[in-house]
Unconditional design. Structure first.
Length: 402
């Protein structure tokens, strides 16, 4: 009785992890990786249950039968792990390995009489699938603690699929189809699967919870209307980025953009249309910049972008692209013959600059663009004689552009 309960520990544990991961997915349905990992653990639990509950009379064929849910489960879990960190999962490669492993297993059972050969083929198949994931994940830089745990578990799982059968067969007698479940190999298998499933499941659940907490924090850090970072969060991240740029000797540049005559938009069409304009401008910025850039809404109709690995000329080019794109925006509630325009000021980081000094030069450039007729881009080098519009540190107050 106790042996039966112990044998069911692995499938029950896998099912608990499946339910937990699927519950986490229900809280955030946009996270497909969580769904994939939950579904993967469900298929693994089905495979574990089948391995325990299938009648002994199936003999060697039990290995081929359980190969299907095991392969589906492993592929789905690995797909979720890789997709979560932005790595394109090699789905075709993993499916090919699983199919070839299944075919070789069937051939071994049809034309051979060795259970050891069947088990070597099955374990090598799973080992190769896990190895593909471990290699891809190991190439990713800047991983956090949880991702390092996931990588370690993937690597150990891949290794044990190759090592465990050899060690088990070395220290046990020959296995036949009838005594497979009573063999030393099967006992070791159950123990290793239980431990591996538990550690991997805990790591994946921790990763999914971490992702949801990060998403919650990010939602508080973003301006609800524009979708860009709030001023406080933007400035904190920019100062961190400037410090990092100095450590790594990377150029950065700052752009300030301001929607022209925004007060008139509110006065003529109403504040709802003004809100639509802010939302459209924010979406345009997000669609234009890279993941390495930092974007924020720092005032009513004023936006700021820190461009990573870029100088003032690159900042001017990006600003010009944004300026042209703004004129093509269609704002809900605004007349079709009316088009928004925006002005931009840009500058590159200079030696010894604080964030305030960098912001001040970009702000002066924006002032120059406004005074020169609006709907244009200016660099700080264009504004030698232009007065600064702000007397205080840009991190205080919400002074708006003209």
């Amino acid at each position: 009785m106790s042996e039966g309960i112990q044998a069911l520990l692995t499938p029950l544990t896998a099912m608990i992890f499946a339910v937990t991961l699927l519950a986490l997915w229900r809280r955030d349905p946009a996270r497909r990786e969580t769904l994939a990992m939950g579904a993967g653990y469900f298929f693994l639990s089905i495979g574990f249950f089948m391995s325990q509950l299938n009648p002994d009379s199936l003999g060697r064929s039990n290995i081929s039968i359980t190969h299907i849910p095991y392969s589906i489960g492993a592929i789905m879990v690995i797909w979720g792990i890789l997709y979560r960190v932005g790595i394109a999962p090699p789905l075709k490669t993993m499916i090919s390995i699983a199919v070839l492993g299944g075919l070789f297993g069937l051939i071994s059972q049809m034309f051979g009489d060795s259970v050891e050969a069947d088990l070597y083929i099955a374990n090598s198949t799973y080992g190769l699938i896990f190895s593909v994931a471990a290699v891809l994940l190991s190439q990713r830089k800047n991983t956090d603690f949880i991702e390092k745990i996931v990588l370690a578990v993937l690597t150990l799982n891949a290794a044990q699929f190759f090592i465990r059968p050899a060690l088990s067969f070395t220290f046990s007698s020959e296995i036949t189809g009838d005594d497979y479940r009573d063999s030393v190999y099967y006992g070791i298998l159950i123990t290793v699967l239980a431990l591996g499933s538990m550690v991997m499941g805990l790591a994946l659940i921790a990763a999914c919870i971490k992702d949801q907490l990060n998403a919650l924090h990010e939602s508080f850090a973003r301006d609800k209307l524009s979708g860009l970072l709030t001023r406080h969060t933007f400035e904190a991240r920019v100062q961190d980025a400037i410090a990092k740029a100095r450590r790594e000797d990377v150029q950065v540049a700052l752009i300030i953009g301001d929607i022209d005559h925004f007060k008139q938009v509110n006065d003529i069409w109403g504040h709802q249309v003004g809100d639509n304009a802010i939302a459209a401008f924010g979406s345009l910025v997000l669609d234009t910049v890279r993941d390495t850039d930092i974007c924020g809404r720092i005032g009513g109709e004023e936006f700021c972008i820190l461009i990573w690995d870029a100088d003032g000329k690159v900042a001017r080019s990006l600003s010009e692209r944004l300026r042209i794109s703004v004129t093509g925006l269609r704002i809900e509630g605004m007349g079709e013959s009316t088009h928004l325009t925006a002005s931009f000021g840009a500058t590159g980081l200079e030696a010894g600059d604080t964030y305030g000094e960098l912001f001040g030069r970009a702000d002066k450039a924006l002032y120059h663009a406004k005074n020169s007729g609006r709907n244009r881009v200016a660099l700080s080098s264009d504004t030698i004689e232009a007065p600064a519009r702000r007397k205080s540190d840009p991190r205080t107050g919400d002074t708006k552009a003209a």
